[in-house]
Design a protein around this ligand. Sequence first.
Ligand SMILES: C[S@@+](CC[C@H](N)C(=O)[O-])C[C@H]1O[C@@H](n2cnc3c(N)ncnc32)[C@H](O)[C@@H]1O
Length: 253
Amino acid sequence: MVLHLTPQLQNRFAIEGFLFLVRCSKHFQLVRNMKATISRWYRKLTIKAFSRKIRVTIERIRGLDFITVLQPEEVGYDSQCVYRSSPSGNKYLVQLLEDIGITDTDSIIDIGSGKGSAMRSMLKFPFAEVGGVELSEQIAAIAINNFKKLKENRCLISSCDATAFQHYGRYNMFYFYNPFPNDIMSKVICKINESTRSDDEILIIYNNPVCHDLIISNGVFSKIKEYPDEWGNQIYLYSNKSLEHSRLSRSVS
Ligand SMILES: C[S@@+](CC[C@H](N)C(=O)[O-])C[C@H]1O[C@@H](n2cnc3c(N)ncnc32)[C@H](O)[C@@H]1O
């Protein structure tokens, strides 16, 4: 059977065919771009995982353990109240501390200090003291061993619940890397407010700030700057002073 098409229909088919081919080529282009993006990410993740493995091995050889992750269940805690122990001592934290202009009149404490990774970055600066408070005795013991091996004598690690810690008054900077949920954070912020002097500037550095609303809720602290972190969660810097009266303005200008 021979199909006779009118010239109009022939034109119509030609145009539709042409548009179909254009759509297909766009589709293939899109698929190709997606594949390229996925393989770029895969390569990045593989390189990251590989370099992490190398760092873990080097640490092991030196008798250190700052990097390996421990889940709360592994040390006898409930993951609803205690978040996992993972490291945050890296270039992002160092960049933030460089911005603040640390002197030897400053002291900082890492609340939920884990194996001491963030404290290790803090020790690159001239802090008078770098404190740590860690709930798990087992994890605190690993951190203490790390700093003993590194012969660091400016740090002081206490193994207790951050809600029961009695010495927040020694510090003017407080670091959190998402250690616990709102109800515990609320008690800790109250303790910090009770034990620090309001005429001194107090800074809170909060990495992965999931309890941000709570921190600013009582009006003492406000967010004065945001910094990037390794995982895209951001690090918020809070102060009990406004930005114009903060040391941040002085050290940046
Ligand atoms: C995400 S890790 C942070 C480790 C370290 N700050 C760093 O950035 O390298 C959080 C740590 O907080 C500890 N933690 C959780 N609840 C706590 C509490 N109530 N008091 C003290 N430490 C706590 C956990 O055991 C865990 O080691």
